[in-house]
Design a protein around this ligand. Structure first.
Ligand SMILES: N[C@@H](CCC(=O)N[C@@H](CS)C(=O)NCC(=O)O)C(=O)O
Length: 423
């Protein structure tokens, strides 16, 4: 019977595959107790055994090394889990690939931004949602007449696919989202409620409510990564500098990639300041009538070193209550806090509940689309169309006046409703 040591961080869905398989087979799998993600798996000793430095990784009790979670699960499984015939074994491999190539990329692209470990990009998340729905619809049809994915008994296919769906059921698929997939839900419950699964996972609870994107959490994880980056650059002084394991470190290669991104200071700092003094203009705009602020803006504006942009929200059909649309604008402003020092904007909502649009005028230092300059600024901007305006054009003068003074209507005649200033 198989036996050995499994290297993993806690609550790794990939490691669960082997741990559940071992519960079925009775294989003796010991989890390495002193494992610290990001440290143990990057040590020379670990890399000598597992050159990619990834987990889960398995060291057999007779000194062989296995990586890849499906392979480890296979190694510690029994004949029932591995499939009885060549066809069953081929089908199990088919489901392994399906889980890794079809489910995982889509579910990660949906979940990671919500967990705060990847920037939120509306388009990417919308595509991921569609991909997840396709996968679930396929599984739902397949499971209509079946209890298990392969044959008549539970196999590694069920364990692998269910573990890959674990985070979706945990964080995303609230009752209304999982309702169309009753066959998948029933099958998933069957798998996670096996005594062998409960021994590893505990009692699994499906999401009551979909996790929402929390910009604060994202900012915190970015801050943590920045700190970690700094820490890594500092020379090691001895055991007292041993890095403490942080929960955020337990999240995946995506996070590791984010952590390794260099954290620059404000990108505007590298650009010539020119003659336009944002603080002065913002003070003027706050204290004086718009009728005076607009000429003041043109008097001071420095087109060599600053640019003016028009933005339009791409998904007006999704805008419902006007207060929610205003929250969308304020949320974007909050997430762009670091831009304030060299940017100004007036973004307005036109129309009424269930019939509105959002558009605005932005001014910032430099001639390029500023959001591309900093990973922290990329959460919202792709939800808008951006066009650079020619400062010498009379139409630009009109637009600046309209948006700075909060008047007029959108291009389809919806009246100005509310505006928000970024300063
Ligand atoms: N295909 C591999 C993926 C393993 C993997 O990406 N592990 C991540 C954590 S879940 C890791 O160890 N990352 C560390 C790194 O990339 O340095 C499997 O299924 O085991």
């Amino acid at each position: 019977m198989a036996s050995g040591t499994l290297y993993t961080y806690p609550e790794n869905f990939r490691a669960y595959k082997a741990l559940i398989a071992a519960q079925f087979s009775g294989a003796k799998v010991k989890v390495a107790q002193d494992f610290v993600f990001g440290e143990t798996n990057k040590s020379e000793k670990f890399l000598a055994k597992f050159p990619l430095g990834k987990v889960p990784a398995f060291e057999t009790s007779n000194g062989k090394y296995i990586t890849e979670s499906n392979a480890i699960a296979y190694y510690v499984a029994n004949d029932q889990l591995r499939g009885k015939t060549d066809l069953e074994r081929a089908e199990i491999i088919q489901w392994f690939s399906f889980a890794d190539s079809e489910i995982l990329p889509a579910s990660s692209a949906w979940i990671f931004p919500l967990l705060g470990i990847m920037p939120y990009n509306k388009q990417t998340v919308e595509t991921a949602k569609e991909d997840v729905k396709k996968v679930l619809a396929h599984l739902n049809t397949y499971l209509l007449t079946r209890t298990y994915l392969v044959g008549e008994r539970l196999t590694l296919a069920d364990i692998s696919v269910a573990m890959t769906l674990l985070s979706l059921y945990q964080y995303i698929l609230e009752p209304s989202l999982r309702k169309p997939y009753q066959n998948v839900n029933r099958w998933f419950q069957t798998i996670v409620n096996q005594p062998q699964s409960i021994a590893v996972l505990g009692t699994f609870k499906m999401a009551d409510k979909t996790l929402e994107f929390d910009p604060k959490k994202y900012a915190e994880s970015q801050g943590k990564n920045a700190k970690k980056d700094k820490k890594e650059k500092e020379p090691k002084k001895g055991t007292e500098t041993k890095k403490e394991k942080e929960p955020a470190e337990e999240l995946d290669a995506a996070e590791a990639a984010l952590a390794s991104e260099p954290k620059s200071s404000n990108p505007f700092d590298a650009m010539p300041k020119g003659t336009f003094d944002f603080d002065d203009f913002k003070r003027f705009y706050s204290n004086e009538d718009e009728a005076k602020s607009v000429p003041y803006f043109w008097e001071k504006f420095d087109p060599q070193n600053y640019s003016i942009w028009f933005c339009e929200y791409k998904y007006p059909e999704e805008l419902t209550k006007t207060f929610m649309s205003c929250n969308l604008i304020s949320g974007m402003y909050q997430r762009l806090d670091k831009m304030r020092k060299a940017a100004f904007a007036s973004v307005c909502l036109f129309g009424t509940d269930n019939d509105s649009t959002i558009s605005g005028i932005w001014v910032w230092r430099g001639q390029e689309l500023a959001f591309k300059l900093c990973p922290d600024w990329q959460i919202d901007y792709e939800s808008y169309n951006w066009s650079k305006l020619d400062a010498s054009d009379a139409k630009t003068k009109e637009l600046v006046k309209q948006y700075f003074c909060w008047t007029g209507a959108d291009k389809n005649g919806r009246e100005f409703n509310q505006g928000k200033i970024f300063k």
